[in-house]
Design a binder for this molecule. Structure first.
Ligand SMILES: C[S@@+](CC[C@H](N)C(=O)[O-])C[C@H]1O[C@@H](n2cnc3c(N)ncnc32)[C@H](O)[C@@H]1O
Length: 237
């Protein structure tokens, strides 16, 4: 697979992967289907999330999500990039590996410290900040592409409204928000709450154009099949 900048998918993965991180095949995946995992695990407060990063959380797969790699292949991610709720930074580092200016923000200080260490280990330049996604306005910066893997689906209704307003303030007109979240098609009650296509459309009904909401997969550390997800591509009008 050839990317726009002439590099191959395999080449990008080599740049992005920490040398000391095992491949997913080597990464002792217990063959437990996601719906059989103990649950529910619903961290809500910033300190709950931070505690998860003392170990390796289920979502921290050590590489970019394949759904986002497909967006890279399609040439959809461009310009100045913000990774919201970046965790240990895989998607900001993916953008940095493409030569884009990349910023990652997360409320969990431990995650941000790990992201900074990955950037150093991989020789990549990305800016990582401990910052609240409900206060994006105070970043005082605008972005062409915003990536969200797993943040939108952890927000409560009121926070979701505030997040979308903040998002609108930091995306340039014509800029795009790419979001991967748990889908209502996923069975079981573990993990975050499930999101419907209608909820996504309703959240972005004013000042946005919803370009697509497609079935996708969210890869996790346990189980080979991942989580049924939605990949939403949304343009700020
Ligand atoms: C499911 S994890 C996904 C992390 C990362 N995007 C990934 O793909 O590995 C959700 C992340 O959102 C962060 N988060 C939750 N609420 C937040 C908030 N209000 N502001 C910033 N980050 C937040 C958590 O600390 C956590 O790292």
């Amino acid at each position: 697979m050839i990317f726009q900048n002439g590099s191959t998918r395999e080449g990008i993965m080599l740049i992005l992967r920490r040398p000391d991180v095992k491949s997913p095949e080597q990464n002792e995946p217990p063959a437990t289907p996601a719906e059989e995992l103990p649950g529910p695990m619903r961290p809500r407060r910033p300190e709950d999330f931070d505690a998860f990063y003392a170990g390796t959380p289920p979502w921290d797969i050590g590489r970019p999500q394949s759904a986002f790699l497909s967006l890279v292949e399609a040439g959809a991610i461009r310009g100045r990039v913000l990774d919201v709720g970046c965790g240990t930074g895989e998607h900001a580092l993916m953008a940095a590996g493409m030569g884009l200016e990349a910023t990652g923000i997360d409320s969990a200080p431990t995650a941000i410290a790990l992201a900074e260490a990955k950037a150093r280990d991989r020789g990549l330049t990305a800016h990582f900040l401990v910052h609240d996604a409900l206060q994006l306005v105070s970043l005082d910066k605008q972005f062409d592409s915003v990536l969200d893997c797993g943040l939108f689906h952890v927000l409560e209704d009121d926070d979701r409204r505030s997040f979308v307003e903040n998002l609108r303030a930091v995306i340039k007109p014509g800029g795009r928000y790419f979001m991967l979240c748990f889908s209502d098609r996923q069975s079981g009650s573990f993990g975050p709450r499930r999101i419907t296509r209608d909820e996504i459309r309703a959240s972005f009904d004013k000042g946005w154009q919803v370009d697509s909401i497609e079935p996708a997969r969210l890869d996790i550390r346990m189980g080979p099949d991942g989580i049924l997800a939605w990949l939403a591509c949304i343009t700020r009008t």
